[in-house]
Ligand binder design. Structure first.
Ligand code: SAM
Length: 287
């Protein structure tokens, strides 16, 4: 059914009209808890926020946002909404997770509508599950609004489909850990061998030497195509490609910095034909 011309799109938020007023404490009674929306902001390009995510921002009294969230998205918040930065970025200390959970509970218990705006998708390496558990345990109503994860969108903007018929029938998201020298033993490297399609490493740049080494130790040929994509989907996007054998050197030469995604597998070779997004800052080594 087509939408009549001139009719606005209205996204309902589980029975609450989009853009509606927050649930306030009732006069004379115990405050009724508000509601928390755990919203995925998408990977960087502000145009990749979902319609439902935008409605949550418009409806909220409080917005608690992360470092990788594009600040232009905050313009969707209603005038007077409280904007709270909760950022943690590689190597820089942000608020501890317990403090963020505490903020969510505090504002929701005051009867306010809260949007927790997180980069990419809240449940993909985003600790959104921990926040949802804290809310569930405190009996605070919440909703999860999935976002477009960097895991698919960043390769797509680099011209790399994470699956492709006859090339990769599976894709695996893997944590590369943020800190240099972090313990990578939680990763089952034996399950990431050559038969397991595309690998996408989040937070993997600092540990790229260990990652490339372990993959080769576990049977991925040194000639396997690999890519590192910095600030994907944004005007700062820069992509470096190579093989497992030389990607470390190429990424270092290019001076790539987090946030960056590492993609490993034959699909990377498709970038030669499918690269579409302009990268004016791409390192000269790639030209
Ligand atoms: C804590 S994880 C959050 C992932 C997020 N929840 C998601 O679904 O995209 C942060 C990591 O995601 C990757 N990442 C997020 N945004 C990115 C971007 N625009 N370009 C490249 N990598 C990105 C980087 O590996 C970064 O270190």
């Amino acid at each position: 059914m087509s939408r009549p011309a001139g009719q606005p799109i209205v996204v309902s938020l589980a029975g609450r009209p989009a853009g509606g007023t927050a649930e306030r404490p009732e006069a004379g009674g115990r405050p009724r808890p508000g509601r928390v929306f755990l919203v995925g902001a998408g990977p960087g390009d502000p145009g990749l926020l979902t319609l439902k995510g935008k409605s949550c921002l418009e409806a909220s009294d409080v917005v608690i946002y992360d470092a990788l969230v594009d600040k232009r998205l905050l313009e969707h918040a209603r005038p007077g909404a409280m904007l709270i930065y909760a950022g943690k970025r590689d190597g820089h200390h942000g608020r501890p997770q317990e403090e963020i959970n505490g903020l969510l509970l505090q504002h929701a218990r005051a009867g306010l509508t809260v949007t927790r705006l997180k980069g990419g998708d809240p449940f993909v390496f985003g600790r959104g599950g921990e926040e949802a558990l804290a809310l569930a345990e405190a009996a605070i109503p919440f909703e999860v609004v999935p976002g477009i994860s960097a895991g698919i969108a960043v390769p797509a903007y680099a011209g790399i489909p994470v699956t492709h018929r006859h090339v990769a029938a599976a894709v695996t998201f893997v944590t590369g850990h943020e800190r240099t020298g972090a313990d990578l033993s939680a990763v089952r490297w034996d399950t990431l061998g050559p038969d397991h399609g595309t690998l996408v490493f989040f937070m993997g740049l600092r540990n790229l030497p260990e990652i490339a080494g372990k993959l080769m130790d576990h049977g991925r040929p040194p000639a396997t195509p690999a890519a590192v994509i910095e600030w994907g989907t944004t005007e700062r996007q820069a992509t470096v490609t190579g093989t497992l054998a030389d990607i470390v050197e190429r990424a270092q030469q290019a001076g790539l910095e987090p946030p960056a995604l590492v993609v490993v597998g034959q699909v990377v070779a498709l970038r030669e034909r499918l690269g579409w997004f302009p990268e004016p800052w791409a390192p000269a080594a790639q030209q």
